[in-house]
Design a protein. Structure first.
Length: 301
C-alpha cells in the first residue's frame, strides 16, 4: 500500500538508502517519505544504527607453544553521517571485522607466554580496538568497545595448570602445618619445663617445711618432757611417719603389693642405719687421710 501511495516508512534507529534508476540519491531518516516509484525512485535498503555485537573465536599459539582459543567481543555501530559508505563499501561487515580481529590477535598473542597472555588480555583488546577503529572508520563504522572475554587453552593444559597450582598450595599448607607443629612442640616443652620447675620448687618447700616441723617438734618435746633426748623424739617421729605411710598404702585402691618390715622395731633399724650413714660421712669429711677401704672378703679357696 505504501508503494501504491508513493510513500515509504523508515523506522526509528534506522536509515534508508534512496536511489533513482539505480543511482544513490540520499539517506532517508526515520519517518514517512514520498517515494515516486514511477519516476524511478526506490528504497535500495535499510541500515540499522543500533549498537551491534560480534563474537569472534580465534585459535592461535602462545610463545611457549600452547594453543589457545581467544574469544573477542566487538561492539560497533554504523554512523548516520556516513550511512552511504557503510551501505555501499562493504558487502559483509561482520566478515571484515572478523578478519581484522584474527590478524591482530595472531600478531600479538604469539609474543606472550600463556601466563602473560592471561595477565595482558586488556592490552590485546586495546590493540584490536585500535586496529579496528583505524580500519573501519573509512567504511562508516565506529568501534564502541573491544573485549577479550575468554582465553581457553587445551583441557590437558588446564589440568596441568590446576595441578601445578594445587601442588604449590599443598606445599604451602605443608609448611604452615609443620610450622604450627613446631610451635606446639616448643610450647609443650616450655610448659613441661615450667611445670617441672614449679614441681621442684614445691618439693623443696615441702622438704623444708618437714625439716622445720621436725626441728620444732624435737625442741618442743625436749622442753616439755625433761630427760628426753633428740634421738628419742626422732625415733617417735619416725614411728609416726611409718604408721602414716602404712595407712596411706592400705587406703589406696590402686596400690600394688609392697613388702616392708611390718614390726615397729623396723623403725629403729631404719633410724640406726640413717645415723650410721651420717656418722660415716662426717668421719670421711673430717679425717679423709685415716679412712681406708675395707678389704674385700675372700671366699674359701
Amino acid at each position: 500500500m505504501g508503494n501504491a501511495c508513493c510513500c515509504v516508512q523508515v523506522d526509528q534507529s534506522t536509515v534508508a538508502i534512496k536511489e533513482k534508476f539505480g543511482k544513490f540519491v540520499s539517506v532517508l531518516k526515520p519517518g514517512c517519505h514520498c517515494m515516486p516509484w514511477f519516476l524511478g525512485h526506490q528504497v535500495r535498503g535499510h541500515l540499522s544504527l543500533r549498537v551491534q555485537q560480534l563474537d569472534v573465536r580465534c585459535e592461535t599459539k602462545t610463545k611457549d607453544n600452547v594453543f589457545v582459543h581467544v574469544v573477542a567481543s566487538i561492539q560497533y555501530l554504523a554512523l548516520a553521517e556516513k550511512a552511504s559508505d557503510a551501505f555501499y563499501k562493504l558487502s559483509n561487515t561482520r566478515s571484515q571485522i572478523q578478519a581484522y580481529v584474527f590478524d591482530v590477535i595472531r600478531a600479538n598473542v604469539p609474543k606472550l607466554d600463556l601466563d602473560d597472555a592471561f595477565e595482558q588480555k586488556n592490552d590485546i583488546a586495546k590493540a584490536v580496538e585500535e586496529e579496528l577503529e583505524k580500519a573501519m572508520s573509512a567504511y562508516g563504522y565506529e568501534i564502541i568497545q573491544t573485549l577479550i572475554t575468554d582465553i581457553a587453552p587445551d583441557d590437558h593444559v588446564k589440568r596441568a595448570m590446576n595441578e601445578i597450582n594445587a601442588a604449590a598450595r599443598m606445599r604451602l599448607a605443608t609448611n604452615e602445618k609443620a610450622e604450627a607443629e613446631k610451635i606446639m612442640q616448643i610450647k609443650r616443652a616450655e610448659g613441661e619445663a615450667e611445670s617441672k620447675y614449679l614441681a621442684g620448687v614445691g618439693i623443696a618447700r615441702q622438704r623444708q617445711a618437714i625439716v622445720d616441723g621436725l626441728r620444732e617438734s624435737v625442741l618442743g618435746f625436749s622442753e616439755t618432757v625433761p630427760g628426753t633426748t633428740a634421738k628419742d623424739v626422732l625415733d617417735m617421729v619416725l614411728i609416726t611417719q611409718y604408721f602414716d605411710t602404712m595407712k596411706e598404702i592400705g587406703a589406696s585402691s590402686k596400690s600394688s603389693a609392697v613388702f616392708v618390715p611390718h614390726g615397729p622395731g623396723a623403725v629403729s633399724d631404719v633410724a640406726a642405719q640413717i645415723r650410721s650413714g651420717l656418722l660415716q660421712a662426717d668421719a670421711v669429711q673430717n679425717h679423709p687421710a685415716h679412712v681406708q677401704a675395707r678389704p674385700r672378703p675372700h671366699g674359701p679357696k
